[in-house]
Design a protein around this ligand. Structure first.
Ligand SMILES: C[S@@+](CC[C@H](N)C(=O)[O-])C[C@H]1O[C@@H](n2cnc3c(N)ncnc32)[C@H](O)[C@@H]1O
Length: 215
């Protein structure tokens, strides 16, 4: 099988940013990295553009994250994303949601348990950039191990089967969700991430959305 794209993650990120910057001004002061882990997928490429980075993971990856990012102003908080959102007094120019591709204790997966709580972290005025994984085809969709993930996905997207999703479904789904959260969507774009790794088939679009609070 051939990968959908062999383009390295750094270049995918650069393409997303050069596309959006050619369309509208965006700010590069502060970034929130949810589900940060060691930051070695795409966080490090994005973080280098921002003056300050706040990272959150329920497990402690502080040392590896700071080492990977080599960023002078990176902070790491070991806590649940949802607790961070409810306690946070800051807003951000960019929010990165690279959630777990499995079910996590408490019935969450991907960004499903937190995306609708993000509004307090969105800038009060002006544009905020959101970057998230839109998982078009999860790996091992029908396996017993992924049963809970599958159920959570199906509930979130309101579909009986989410094993093969299209960008044509995903784009309006998220735009509608952001509208319901009280956000105006000014721009959206996507790039395809690697679709096959270690023999597991999956397909993920990295989605970039520019939102602004409606009031
Ligand atoms: C796919 S990994 C993220 C990869 C990461 N962005 C990177 O570049 O290395 C998912 C991470 O989400 C974290 N996680 C899962 N549930 C969480 C929660 N409720 N709050 C905070 N972090 C969580 C896990 O500990 C795991 O490190």
């Amino acid at each position: 099988m051939v990968n959908k794209t062999e383009e390295p993650e750094k270049e995918l990120v650069e393409r997303l940013f050069s596309n959006v910057e050619s369309e509208m001004p965006i700010q590069f002061d502060s970034m929130w990295d949810a589900n940060a882990k060691e930051g070695n997928f795409i966080s490090k490429f994005i973080a280098s553009k921002y003056k300050e980075v706040d990272a959150v993971d329920i497990n402690d990856y502080t040392e590896a994250y700071k080492k990977n990012l080599e960023h002078p102003n990176a902070n790491f908080f070991v806590m649940d994303n949802r607790d961070y959102i409810s306690q946070c007094k800051k807003t951000y120019d960019l929010i990165l949601l690279e959630g777990p591709l499995c079910e996590i204790d408490g019935g969450t997966a991907e960004h499903f348990g937190m995306i609708d709580r993000l509004v307090p972290l969105i800038r009060p005025t002006g544009n905020t950039v959101l970057i998230l994984n839109a998982v078009l085809e999860p790996y091992d969709y029908d396996s017993e191990a992924n049963r809970s993930w599958k159920e959570i996905r199906n509930t979130f997207y309101g579909k009986k089967d989410t094993s093969k999703m299209s960008w044509q479904f995903m784009a309006p789904f998220y735009i509608n969700l952001f509208h319901k959260m009280g956000l105006n969507v000014h721009y959206y774009d996507r790039v395809a991430r690697r679709s096959i790794e270690k023999g597991d088939h999956y397909s993920i679009d990295l989605m970039l959305v520019v939102v602004e609070r409606a009031s």
